[in-house]
Design a protein around this ligand. Sequence first.
Ligand code: ATP
Ligand code: LTN
Length: 330
Amino acid sequence: MKSRIFSGIQPSGDLHIGNYLGALAQWSKLQESGDYEILFCVVDLHAITVPQDPVILKKKIREVAALYIACGIDPSKSKIFIQSENPDHAYLTWIFDCITPMGWMERMTQYKDKSKKNGERTSVGLFNYPLLMASDILLYDPDLVPVGDDQKQHLELAADVAEKFNKTFGEAFKIPKIFNQKETARIMSLSNPTAKMSKSDEDPSGSILLLDDAETIEKKVKRAVTDSGNEIQYHSDKPAISNLLAIYSGFSGTSIENAERKNKNSSYGEFKADLASVLVEKLGEIQRRFNELIKDEAHLNTVLDEGRDFAHSISSKKIELVKDLVGLRR
Ligand code: ATP
Ligand code: LTN
């Protein structure tokens, strides 16, 4: 039997190059190895842990699914589905709610950061977010969960919850493993290299979106902050240039060392122009495929129906086992 992979992205905003390098590009590489059975989910139930406009959310759900495919996920090799179309995710979350100590959840740094903004108005769902993520994963017994560095703590929680369940009720879940590539594991904001590039960042100049046009990309790269000095060098003292080098390396398919060597005699301005052209070319290809896919509603629906049915055929067996172990039976 092939090893299994599970991962997901929230349709909570516009996907950016951090999502591409930290998630989508790695997913397609894993897919191309042919070694795995793969499930990729559009995690819309996670998106509503913060307020969303229903009309925009519907659009984003389809958009993210189409972007998965445009970025290289091939529905004949990997299954793509929408989280809210499989009720097993929310069901298992409730079971996990009931066995997870509050103390484990209160330690989650993403919750602490995100809840600062809204204080008392923060939703219970945002607090609960890591258990919905644990359910996404544990329903499918994946061997690998490819996510960016920022999700490591959530993965560790999922492993702890799985262990706790197995110990309390009997073996039901496989302990998941994180998978990421170090250099592209965390792409930083172009306007603040100490903060990660993020969909929910209010400053649009910090992120390059997968659907940005050429002119916008060029403008954003040109305005990206740089470090003092003038060497194009990957170094902890040079967080801004290191970030641009990581992006360059990720999009041109060359190593960081090669990217440094190639740009050794370039000025910051020349390096940025080179980076912008690499981005415009690669994102242009993605956008052409995306525009085709988003027009063909029937095709996308077929892909998502098939993905949902496949996912449910696996998760429903897990739910039956869990109900049995917990004692939820007549
Ligand atoms: P939000 O800002 O709303 O939390 P996000 O931009 O962090 O969203 P997610 O949907 O939470 O995006 O993440 C989708 C995937 O992209 C995850 O695997 C995550 O680790 C990865 N990812 C997100 N941002 C980055 C980044 N800046 N660098 C590398 N990977 C990232
Ligand atoms: N929280 C994740 C998105 C996510 C996910 C998952 C990733 C939700 N459920 C299951 C991997 C597996 C994030 O990247 N922000």
